[in-house]
Design a protein around this ligand. Structure first.
Ligand code: XMP
Length: 510
């Protein structure tokens, strides 16, 4: 890959954000742990050193060899990266008198520096450090200060080496993206060619070369990632891609048949497998959430294995893995935190797991997957679909699962989700769904006393599902949906709306 940027990770919570900002500039970049850098650096046109929870003066502080990088390639040190360059190249880093966290303003920006072109005096920057650079490294020239931090930015004379104490990658650094662009484009000369179209072209060409006439099996879930991965693979190898779409009986109402039709309409070679009965049988009498999850996982593997055996001579397993799942980040305690799974007991694995794995999206963030899907013409309704958990409605039916409970919840969920669409609210919500509670309560319908189920509706805003807040849906909407549910879904006489944030609650109830 030409025009590639390397981000060496020292374990900062912001490292992924650096990659996000660089990608937003249409520049490709990769994050690698400082203690496991790439052997061949020739494809990288610039290097960024991330921040870190460590102090450079600490005994176990990251201490990588930069001899192939510093002075050889354009180099930007951020926070710890800036301190590292000072500490190990004849400068001095010491504890600052005040701990510096949060907002600050640049009080001095050196005139005429390409690095700060378009950045105003007084620009807001974000600090997060307790050490400070007391003396610049050899040949260092100060290029920025704040009121509290004299050496907030410097460069090394005679090299394309720059360093800043603040974090340009966070949104609170108002000119941060401009600074990254100045460094990468104006100073390092990296071309801004990383676009969804370019990604599709190069990936399809690579997949063709990698896969040749081999057959690939891929499990479609109805979600964005597996669909975009399948579309890319299909562009590369056509009907040698065998897609399997399993109905576990716990999908939304009509989802299996509708999504299957959509896949067929896209020209994918897809087989729909209705294994509902097998899943429901395995779940019978189980009420513990983790046991339910495990049973579903186990049956899925069995079904997928049976189906994959039908595809003779398959060599590869296609997967919709995305970048946040694979980044080998560095933990605060030192070593790379990602553990690489070792399959010692290969003989005991299902057959499909012995296949080689092909993951065309593994360098993309979620929103990039959507942009790539859009550039390949996938429908907005498919790309904008809310996340849906693998175990499906099984973790939204509290307690044990019966076909009747699945039917009730599918109906309730359908009224809620169609209502969100009709009221133009669907795209304003990150995820929504209904929970069937193990609670019966008294109601009155006509002259009759009822004793029926209660359902909870949940709609949240989030960016990644890690934290979430409930959505302030209009009362009129909730009123209409509640009425429709109670009138139309037999077995339900009470509807509540969940107003808990995550944390402390979770999005799903199980
Ligand atoms: P929680 O409930 O942990 O959910 O706040 C966060 C996000 O993860 C989804 N989720 C799951 N997805 N298998 C999945 O594939 C699961 O077992 C599972 N549990 C939760 C949930 O829907 C939300 O998007």
């Amino acid at each position: 890959m030409q025009n590639n940027v390397l981000i060496l990770d020292f374990g900062s919570q912001y490292t992924q954000l650096i990659a996000r900002r660089v990608r937003e500039l249409n520049i490709y970049c990769e994050i690698k742990p400082y203690n496991n850098p790439p052997e061949d650096l020739s494809s990288y046109k610039a290097v960024i050193l991330s921040g870190s929870p460590h102090s450079v003066r600490g005994e176990d502080a990251p201490h990588p060899d930069l001899s192939q990088i510093k002075g050889q390639k354009p180099l930007l040190g951020v926070c710890y990266g800036a301190q590292y360059l000072a500490h190990f190249y004849d400068g001095e880093v010491g504890q600052s008198n005040t701990r510096e966290y949060g907002r600050a303003n640049l009080s001095m920006v050196k005139e005429g520096e390409l690095f700060f072109e378009g950045v105003s005096q007084g620009s807001q920057v974000w600090m997060s450090h307790s050490d400070t650079i007391k003396k610049l490294p050899r040949d260092g020239v100060r290029i920025a200060s704040t009121n509290d931090v004299e050496n907030a930015g410097y460069r090394i004379e005679g090299e394309d080496t720059y360093a800043i104490q603040f974090h340009p990658e966070v949104y609170h650094s108002s000119d941060g993206k401009q600074i990254l662009e100045n460094f990468l484009v104006k100073i390092a000369g990296v071309a801004q060619t990383w676009t969804p179209d370019a990604f599709v072209d190069t990936t399809v060409a690579q997949l063709k070369k990698q896969l040749g006439d081999d057959r690939v099996i891929l499990g479609l879930s109805g979600g964005v990632d597996s669909t975009v991965a399948a579309t890319l693979l299909h562009k590369a190898i056509g009907d040698n891609l065998y897609c399997i779409f399993v109905n576990n009986g716990l999908l939304r109402k009509n989802e299996f048949s509708e999504v299957l039709l959509q896949y067929e309409g896209m020209g994918l070679n897809v087989k729909g497998v209705d294994a509902s009965a097998r899943f429901l049988e395995a779940l019978e009498g189980e009420s513990d959430p983790e046991t339910k999850r495990k049973a579903i996982g186990r049956v899925f593997i069995e079904v997928f294995d049976d189906e994959s055996k039908e595809v003779e001579n398959a060599k590869w397993l296609g997967q919709g893995t995305i970048y946040p799942d694979v980044i080998e980040s560095v933990s605060a305690t030192g070593g790379p935190s990602a553990t690489i799974k070792s399959h010692h007991n290969v003989g005991g694995l299902p057959d499909f797991m012995k296949l080689k794995v092909v993951e065309p999206l593994k360098m993309l963030f979620k929103d990039e997957v959507r942009r790539v899907g859009k550039s390949m013409g996938l429908s907005p309704s498919l790309l904008g679909r809310h996340p849906f958990p693998g175990p499906g409605l099984a973790i939204r039916i509290l307690g044990d699962i019966t076909p009747e409970k699945v039917r009730i919840l599918q109906e309730v969920d359908h009224i809620f989700i169609s209502g969100l669409r009709e009221w133009g609210l669907y795209d304003k919500v990150w995820q929504a769904g209904a929970m069937l509670l193990p609670v019966n309560s008294v109601g009155v319908m006509g002259d009759e006393r009822t004793y029926e189920k209660c359902v909870a509706l949940r709609a949240v805003e989030s960016t990644d599902g890690m934290t979430a807040d409930w959505v302030n849906l209009p009362y009129e909407f909730l009123q209409k949906v509640s009425n429709d549910i109670i009138n139309k879904v037999k077995g339900v006489n009470r509807v509540v709306y969940d107003i808990s944030s995550k944390p402390p609650a979770t999005i799903e109830w199980e």
